[in-house]
Design a protein around this ligand. Structure first.
Ligand SMILES: C=C(O[C@@H]1C=C(C(=O)O)C=C[C@H]1O)C(=O)O
Length: 454
């Protein structure tokens, strides 16, 4: 950080007082920062923080203190586009140096559906994207510091920021303790199996082809879980996304293997993921598991439904859709999936929020046909999905973006955690096997909580 050179840029800057915010972009490579130190330093901002790290490392972004948010109670692509445009218009963006790598982003997403609830999801709105005061881009070692133009002092700001960064860099946080589990139980396990059997009946009798049904496991703790412990544990599983999202009194966490889509320079990339087999950790067995998955008719059928449906949903917004003919194996720590990468060039007039609406929920987490499956889930599943299986991620002014399907996830409120896991029900599924598959899918979140899976 070359403070003198950056100060010269600010000395020449004309502060635009018509804008509400000034957002300064600066390198932070001279400071020894990580998520643990940053969260530890900003503990007072609990309830207004996020960490988002993508699978391929393009994003490793931490946001502290939401300054302003795009919010809606009902999803409307048009209104959200307008809100996004008008939020970015309120910001004077200044880079203290040329040629920096990243751009200011908003973090957030939507709930799975608009089921009206007054329950444990209350802290998270239907649609919310946040502009944080501090946005650390750890992937590129850059910081976006966003303040109100009527509060900024251009002579002091750089010194204040660098003092703060030095202070954060010097922190050695205490080792954090796992939450002590008081009770762990599955929510309505038998009723869930009965619901799967009922859904199988519906699949036989109608044009329904797939319904994804999720269930929950509840854990209670002796005391509230320590965010620093959870952050440490989130580093434990590579090859997945990391979402850690605090809002009000709640924390939502996901270790999803599944990208919804990303957009860079007008090209959209997504993938079909469906079809699962346990990864045991025993090499010979795991080779058999993979071979089984690649050749199993039910899993292949389920996978093709998902791929077909994604391609169909993308068609109105894209040109030149490309994907491989057959699926490959996606290996996660506890589970294998079938997956097919898909890419397409975005049409000139494609809108980000319209695309989001068109793609979500993919049949990997909703079903087919999409709208009927969503209604079936809303009416029949126990509880509310909220952010489980919902799209969460980062968006930018130019529509570059990345969204995750927030599965392998949980909600923490006060002294409890609710874990979510679902699986695709197609003709030929068995409620016992699906119950077992969802049990395996709880493992990543149990691992984050430091709880041995049974
Ligand atoms: C719905 C979940 O997982 C989804 C369902 C899958 C399946 O049924 O085979 C596989 C991967 C995910 O797309 C979940 O983990 O909760």
């Amino acid at each position: 950080m070359n403070l003198e050179a950056y100060q010269r840029i600010l000395d020449d800057l004309k502060l635009d007082t018509d804008k509400k915010y000034l957002s300064l972009q600066m390198p932070i490579d001279g400071f020894d920062l990580n998520e643990r130190k940053i969260f530890s330093h900003f503990h007072d901002a609990q309830g207004s923080r996020y960490w988002f790290r993508s699978k391929d490392g393009r994003y490793d972004s931490i946001g502290i203190k939401f300054q302003e948010s795009i919010k809606r109670d009902k999803y409307s692509a048009e209104v959200l586009e307008e809100q996004k445009t008008s939020l970015f218009q309120k910001i004077q963006q200044v880079a203290v140096k040329d040629g920096m790598a990243s751009s200011l982003g908003l973090f957030g997403g939507t709930r799975f559906d608009d089921k009206d609830t007054t329950d444990e999801w209350n802290d998270f709105g239907m649609v919310e994207f946040h502009l944080p005061k501090w946005q650390f881009d750890l992937a590129n070692s850059e910081l976006f510091y966003t303040v109100r133009t009527d509060e900024v002092d251009l002579d002091e700001i750089l010194i204040d920021i660098s003092d703060k960064l030095r202070e954060i860099g010097a922190i050695t946080p205490e080792p954090a303790q796992a939450p002590e589990v008081h009770m762990m139980k599955d929510i309505f396990p038998e009723e869930w199996k009965a619901l799967v059997d009922e859904a199988l009946g519906v699949l036989d009798d109608t044009d329904f082809r797939k319904i994804v049904l999720a269930r929950q496991r509840l854990l209670t703790f002796k005391a509230q879980a320590d965010p620093l412990y959870l952050l440490d544990r989130l580093n434990d599983e590579s090859g997945t996304y990391t979402i850690y999202y605090e809002k009000g009194q709640s924390i939502f966490i996901s270790k999803s293997p599944e990208k919804l889509f990303d957009i860079k320079d007008g090209v959209l990339r997504t993938n079909a993921i469906a079809g699962s087999a346990e990864r045991t950790g025993v090499e010979a067995t795991d080779e058999q598991q993979k071979a089984f998955l690649l050749n199993d008719e039910k899993n292949r059928y389920e996978h093709e439904l998902v791929r077909e449906s994604i391609v169909q949903n993308l068609e109105p917004y894209t040109e030149d859709i490309e994907f491989a003919e057959g699926p490959a194996i996606l290996s996660n720590r506890y589970i294998y999936h079938l997956h097919t990468p898909i890419s397409a060039k975005l049409a000139e007039d494609a809108s980000l929020f319209a695309l989001l609406d068109a793609i979500h929920p993919t049949p990997a987490v909703g079903g087919m046909p999409k709208d009927k499956a969503r209604d079936y889930i809303m009416e029949n599943e126990y509880g509310t999905r909220g952010l489980y299986a919902a799209p969460l991620g980062m968006i930018h002014e130019n529509d570059d973006s990345e969204f995750v399907v927030s599965i392998r996830s949980m909600l923490l409120n006060s002294k409890s955690a609710t874990l979510f896991a679902g699986c695709g029900i197609v003709r030929g599924s068995s409620s016992e096997k699906e119950h077992e598959e969802t049990r395996i899918k709880f493992t990543p979140m149990l691992n984050v909580l430091g709880v041995e899976p049974e």
